[in-house]
Design a protein around this ligand. Structure first.
Ligand code: PLP
Length: 419
């Protein structure tokens, strides 16, 4: 860091102010986390210099002896962690991993059945502005209006009607466990590939806090930077019969040289995930999310589906008469970082939204527990209902002081103890 500070103080100071930002506010964005200093060290390494197109022992460049060892370790650790036949650790991101899955199993114009974005899916699941919506015939299922959980009967009916090449489960705002067995049965019935995009919850699977999609799905794609707590990136695990197709789809079909510093970071993270401490963390993430969801519900900020089984909950703000966009701004001014989110059957436009999404991964990484979740729910409720989005509102000032207390008791990236 000294070299950066000397050469480019403008950027160095921004890195420091971003660290300060992460240390000073409550980070409740469900897709964010605080990766370990060991992973950050791998990301900041000279592996970034190396071209390594291809796969270990079959590269298009010389000088790959060391990165080959790194990638083999990452692959072996991923396979062991998830009990998978095959792993590809090269996708640059979750979207790149998803691109590769489409590339492996579908051709332009083919039909794909996935969860709609406005009910909790993801852009890359056939949304019209994404490559996936432009190049494939995307048919979407949603949640049932009463349970607010995935409407499996609708999935089955649409699968029978449209005979998709791929059936995709997973998304960005699904608080409940997904019934992988049911999806597998539906896919088998219509001869479709069953793909799970586990980006959001794979960390809970790694920590054995929730059931795994790996035994059920043909292919599982995921990001490595959400609950999993690794470097920003993507990965894919699949059955042996699909291994070659997936590898060819990642490289050379969709990507060029892998980001070997990221691959090293993934290897470090996969080893971290195999520890008892990580399993404790994963269990606590789920417990914290449940208490946070329930406590907000008790204050009139209703959790969609009545709660959560995972790391995130989605809340309907109509009971307190505030929109998602206003709630996000009010929380932000009070030192609480979360995002507005459309709720199923939302009457508001997506950029206004009637809901917020809250997640427990970051605050759990900081060591907070259920007691702190109750305090946080109270702070969110006060920020949403008693402030106006200006940082100098007296209640916002009061909330920020309480946020500082929480962040001091449970710091993000604590300073190493001085010898
Ligand atoms: N899939 C799901 C379910 C996601 O939630 C996300 C990210 O939010 C992605 C894919 C895309 O990941 P990335 O932002 O790394 O491209």
């Amino acid at each position: 860091f000294g070299a950066l500070l000397e050469q480019d103080p403008e950027i160095a100071e921004l890195l420091v102010s971003e660290l300060d930002r992460q240390r000073s506010g409550l980070q409740l964005i469900a897709s964010e986390n605080q990766t370990s200093p060991a992973v950050l060290a791998a990301l900041g390494s000279t592996l970034s210099n190396k071209y390594a197109e291809g796969y270990p022992d079959a590269r298009y460049y010389g000088g790959c002896s060391e990165v080959d060892k790194v990638e083999k370790l990452a692959i072996e650790r991923a396979k062991a962690l998830f009990g998978a036949d095959h792993a590809n650790v090269q996708p640059h991101s979750g979207a790149s991993a998803n691109q590769a899955v489409y590339g492996a199993f579908a051709s332009p114009g083919d039909t794909v059945l996935a969860m709609s974005l406005d009910h909790g899916g993801h852009l890359t699941h056939g949304f019209k502005v994404s490559f996936s919506g432009k190049w494939f015939n995307a048919v979407h299922y949603g949640v049932h209006p009463e349970t607010e959980d995935i409407d499996y009967d609708q999935v089955e009916a649409l699968a029978k009607e449209h005979r998709p090449k791929i059936i995709l489960a997973g998304g960005s705002a699904i608080p409940r466990l997904i019934d992988f067995e049911r999806f597998r049965a539906i896919a088998d019935e219509v001869g479709a590939i069953f793909w799970v995009d586990a980006a959001h919850f794979i960390g809970l699977v790694a920590g054995k806090a929730i059931p795994s999609p790996v035994p059920w799905a043909d292919v599982v794609s995921f990001t490595t930077h959400k609950v999993l707590r690794g470097p920003r990136g993507g990965a894919i695990v699949c059955k042996e019969e699909h291994a070659k197709k997936i590898d060819r789809a990642v490289f050379p079909m969709m990507q060029g040289g892998p980001l070997m510093h990221g691959v090293a970071g993934k290897a470090v993270n996969f080893a971290e995930c195999a520890t008892p401490a990580y399993q404790d963390y994963a269990r606590q993430v789920v417990e914290n999310a449940a208490v946070l969801a329930q406590s907000l519900g008790e204050k009139g900020i209703r959790p969609i589906t009545g709660g959560t089984d995972t790391h995130l909950s989605l809340h309907d703000l109509r009971g307190v008469g505030v929109t998602g966009i206003d709630a996000e701004a009010r929380c932000d001014a009070a030192g609480i970082v979360l995002n507005k989110n459309a709720i199923p059957f939302d009457p508001e436009k997506p950029n206004v939204a009637s809901g917020i999404r809250v997640g427990s991964p970051s605050v759990t990484t900081q060591g907070m527990g259920t007691e702190e979740m109750r305090v946080i729910a109270d702070l969110i409720h006060r920020a949403v209902t008693e402030t106006d989005g200006t940082p100098d509102h007296p209640v916002a000032v009061e909330i920020r002081a309480q946020v500082t207390e929480l962040m001091t008791a449970h710091p993000a990236y604590p300073e190493p103890a001085q010898a």
